[in-house]
Every structure is written in C-alpha cells, then in structure tokens.
Write a new protein. Structure first.
Length: 187
C-alpha cells in the first residue's frame, strides 16, 4: 500500500514514507490514507482527492479568486469547480465588468470617470482663475486699473473661456490640450 497525506479540502499529497517508530513499528498520522498503487501526476489544474473512498482527479482552484460582481478578491479553499459568481481570472481593474465569462472593459463607464476627473480639474483651475480675475475687475470698475492690469484681466478672462471649452476638444476626455495659464504682465 502507498501512503498519501490528505488535507482539509480532501486533496492528496505524496507518496509519503514514514519511518517505523522503534518498539511500535509503522505508525500513520490521522491525516494519512493508503491506496493500492502510486498515483500518476494529475492533469494540469487538477489534483488527486479521496472521494467516497475512491481516488479521483478533481479540479483544484484553491487560492485567490475574484467575485464577478465587483472584482474583489477572496480566498477559496475547496476542491472542484467554483460556484457561480467567482472566477480565477484576476480582475484587471476599475471599469471592467464580467460579461460572457470574461472581464470586459466598460468603455462608457471609463469615459464617464475620465470626464468627471477632467471636469473636476478644470473647475479647480477656473476657481483659481476667478481669484486672479476678481481684483482686476474691481480695479477696472473703480476706474483705477493700470494698462498692465487691464491686459492681465483680458488674458485671465480668455484663459477662463478656453478652460470652459475643453469639452469641445476632439479627444475629450482622453487627451486634453490645456490652455497655458497667463503670465504676469511685465512693467
């Protein structure tokens, strides 16, 4: 008889030979089983298991698996096929959905996220521009704006308009040509 160890999932590993214990002879641990012959190397992705007292090859997907609903990884410790909702295919990342037994990029979700990110950056730049424009507008309204301040006001207003039009660019939102920020007027 050939000795194998059996793990908690039922997978066999071995063969194992245990030396006899003096005075007791051969002793097998509780997680050892004996089979009539040496088992062949299992097929790729399978392992030998003891099922209903008989050895057979069974699918071995133990380890890290991914939920098909959200891509979150989890540990799988059982032999056999994975249940519905789990896959051994790693989740490629944000905006991928499980469609037809594979991860597929959801281009519309990706585009929407890119768009939101670009517009958020644009809005931050517009807020910064408004902080520059306000005092220049006050000076103009009070009639105290210098020619440099009037030119600077025009530059910042043009910059704001260009920022506001980035959605009209052909490659929006994947490739944006950001307008250059106005430079201070030289005196």
């Amino acid at each position: 008889m050939i000795t194998y160890l059996i793990d908690d999932a039922g997978a066999l590993s071995g063969p194992i030979t245990f030396p006899p214990i003096p005075g007791f002879g051969p002793q097998l641990p509780g997680n050892a089983v004996q089979v009539p012959k040496t088992l062949a190397t299992p097929e790729l992705g399978k392992t030998w298991a003891l099922i209903d007292g008989a050895t057979q090859q069974i699918r071995d997907l133990r380890g890290t698996v991914f939920r098909t609903t959200d891509g979150i990884e989890q540990s799988w410790r059982q032999l056999g096929e994975l249940p519905e909702g789990l896959t051994p295919q790693p989740w490629p990342g944000e905006h991928f959905k499980w469609i037809d037994e594979q991860w597929t990029l959801d281009e519309s979700a990706q585009r929407a996220a890119q768009s939101a990110q670009v517009l958020d950056h644009r809005d931050n730049l517009l807020r910064d521009a408004q902080l520059r424009i306000a005092p220049l507008q006050y000076a103009e309204k009070l009639g105290t704006a210098t020619p440099e301040e009037q030119a600077s006001l025009m530059d910042w207003m043009r910059y704001s308009v260009e920022l506001n039009r980035i959605e009209q660019q052909d490659q929006f939102p994947s490739a944006i040509v950001w307008p250059p920020q106005p430079q201070p007027q030289r005196r």
